[in-house]
Design a protein around this ligand. Structure first.
Ligand code: FMN
Length: 220
């Protein structure tokens, strides 16, 4: 009954008060809290990359999105690079390839630990005993236990002109490695990784709903 729904929405709307925060002139830290708490839940790209000595660097990035599908490309925002360049960015730029591994609930703690500021060249994978498996098309190995791993070659590294000098790393997926349990014919089905919300908060996979548009013959 559409009229009931409208009434409920109107009541809810009248009960809430919006706080408008001007973005111009915000301190970096304040803007970070607002944008990272607003754009949620975010999937996490747990990136494996090769250090100069061929040991394996791991780090999570939740400023991560799929960009195109023909060919398939993903984007990851890495920064800030003001004080030091993150190992992941340095490795990706040097080698031209990396793997985006998915994060399931039982990988959450290792994923978070891998975000600590390890000395350059020290392998998070070795220190945290994260098992690795060789990739098919690139030299960077993937994380064995991840349900999905995207083998990527670097397409572009884009400067974004922000004060903290973030780089948008655009990767082209050359191989999809998919656990057969989440693959249904040619489709990823009921794959439910951990999502990041504000600060150190994560959402665990919960209810999954299938929703389709209602047929509407008023639309062209
Ligand atoms: C869940 C999570 C998501 C993160 N997302 C990002 C991100 O999108 N961009 C970024 O620059 N740093 C992000 N970080 C911080 C990096 O993981 C952290 O700086 C790490 O030490 C980088 O490691 P590296 O120097 O080995 O590349 C995130 C950390 C966590 C725990």
């Amino acid at each position: 009954m559409p009229s009931d729904r409208t009434d409920t929405a109107a009541e809810a709307a009248s009960a809430k008060t919006m706080v408008a925060i001007e973005a111009d002139g915000l301190e970096s830290a304040a803007a970070y809290k607002l944008i990272s708490g607003s754009v949620t839940p975010r999937p996490i790209a747990w990136v494996s990359s090769l250090n100069e000595d061929a040991s394996v660097n791991l780090a999570p990035f939740s400023a991560y999105v799929f960009l195109t599908y023909d060919p398939p490309k993903i984007g990851i925002s890495i920064g800030p690079s003001t004080a030091f360049v993150k190992d992941t960015l340095r490795n990706i730029e040097r080698n031209g390839h990396f793997v985006v591994n998915s994060v399931s609930p039982d990988q959450l703690q290792s994923m978070v630990e891998s975000s600590r500021r390890y000395p350059a060249g020290m392998s998070e994978a070795a220190d945290l005993a994260v098992a690795l498996t060789p990739s098919l098309r690139i030299d960077t190995p993937r994380i064995t236990d991840s349900e999905i791993a995207l083998e990527c070659v670097v397409d572009q590294v884009v400067e974004m002109g922000d004060r903290d000098a973030h780089r948008l790393v655009i990767g082209r997926v050359v191989t999809f490695q998919v656990d057969e349990r989440v693959l249904q014919r040619d489709r990823i089905h009921a794959f439910a990784p951990v999502g990041r919300i504000g600060g150190p908060l994560y959402v665990m996979p919960g209810e999954i709903r299938q929703v389709r548009t209602t047929p509407d013959d008023r639309l062209p």
